[in-house]
Ligand binder design. Sequence first.
Ligand code: TEU
Ligand code: CA
Length: 551
Amino acid sequence: MQKKWWKEAVAYQIYPRSFMDSNGDGIGDIQGIISKLDYIKNLGIDVIWVSPIYQSPNDDNGYDISDYQDIMEEFGTMDDFDQLLKEVHRRDMKLIMDLVINHTSDEHPWFIESRKSKDNAYRDYYIWRPSKNGKEPNNWESIFGGSAWKYDETTDEYFMHLFSSKQPDLNWENPDVRRELYNMVNWWLDKGIDGFRVDAISHIKKIPGLPDLPNPENLDYVPSFKGHMNRDGIQEFLQELKENTFSKYDIMTVGEANGVQANQADNWVGEKNGKFNMIFQFEHLNLWGKDTDTGIDIHKLKEILSKWQTALDGSGWNALFLENHDQPRSVSTWGDDGKYRVESAKSLATMYFLMQGTPFIYQGQEIGMTNVQFESIDDYNDVEIKNLYRNKREKGVPVEEIMEIIWNTGRDNSRTPMQWNDKENAGFTTGRPWLKVNPNYKEINVEKELQDEDSIYHYYKKLIQIRKENAALVYGTYDLILENHNQVYAYTRTLDDQQVLIMANLFEEDSDFNLPASLKDSEKELLLSNYDNDFDELSLRPYEARVYLIK
Ligand code: TEU
Ligand code: CA
């Protein structure tokens, strides 16, 4: 397997709006990020992924871009960005940006032109269609609910938007669009950034003819993923993108590849045929986040994660993550954000962090930040949450039922301001925060975590350290053990004569286990655990995790 800097790296995702406000307007900004770079460096981070900071009307908080080559006013100026890049590099870290090229904002000049007339030079930069039988051109549902089409009376046609109605999809079939995007990508790479996380990239190829999808349940609109997620023909676009941009630089690229199956991994991330260095894939997230509240289906979890580990073993690379700005907090969703918050956060960390791949930590995950339960929908900001609330209310769903869904799965769970200390607004802002701070900030904050050597923060810091000290945890093979165990996720990482054993009890009940003979009889050195004594050779305590070096 080829050695690469981005395989040895640990990455940290910043959602700038919620990270740190430097000027008291209640909105996080670039100078705020700069003021916290030492904190990120001290954790042991190598690569920072910043969610979009380009000009945007913020309908989807920056994922709706109106100018790819200018900085969002609320976040600062291009000079601030240049300073951020310099300060990141000065600390021997790297910076990757968020590349959103499936769609733009409807306030982007291209779309403002495109909607003016049917024969406008930019008309085919987007996907326009006349109505069909007085309705939308097809029955596709937007990922944010409702129709995937919005009527525009100026030209009496509809335009497609897989996401919010202010995020019109770009027409990737149009070579002019692709060329303009490649020029923009190279402009950023020439500024010296170290790569990209590529947003919603598995959605760019739509099924030819944009036909109605089968609708056996006679829904108003049909979930549209089958019409646009990882469709045949997408690889040609991705190959052209890579050849015209990424392949010319020593950078790190991670594709957000919803809907890609493990058996397709080689085409996406293979050392020879891959288009990205690694991808975020989401199969495992359906096990517990958006739709279920029954905790982890551990057998499915093992099956899916192991499938990716072995599918890529040697041929490609994974991006390992539990959280991001679209997911609820993992300790609330998978673990226990009550009695066993600390133990379960550490257990989950151990389970995912030491697999084969580049581990990503999302801001606040390293201090065990939890979900939040705001009483009123007015306390929420996310367009996906607002659409969900409106659509369900229109169908007469009781408010309490909708709030439960939002509390369990809403994206604002991971977007409440970073909790720096126990002062007003958790030290995030001296103004009124754009989104309320989680009320538990007095108990859960960076300052408290830094002072407590048994904190989740220090546990992540040790995880990062042992990953750097043991090459098997980067380049070693992954072998699942205790495959059928109902509570414990255990695996080994092996490289030449170095072997590391990772075990995590993912539940709050004690759990017996029986290691395979080869491991049971070997001498072990405990590298890390979320308990500090009385290690029973045959059982694990609630959420107990252990990492052993096999001698
Ligand atoms: O998300 C793309 C994506 O796959 C969505 O289905 C995402 O999983 C969903 O929003 C989760 O509820 C990316 C960004 O991560 C997301 O924040 C943006 O809203 C979206 O693209 C549009 O840019
Ligand atoms: Ca600010």
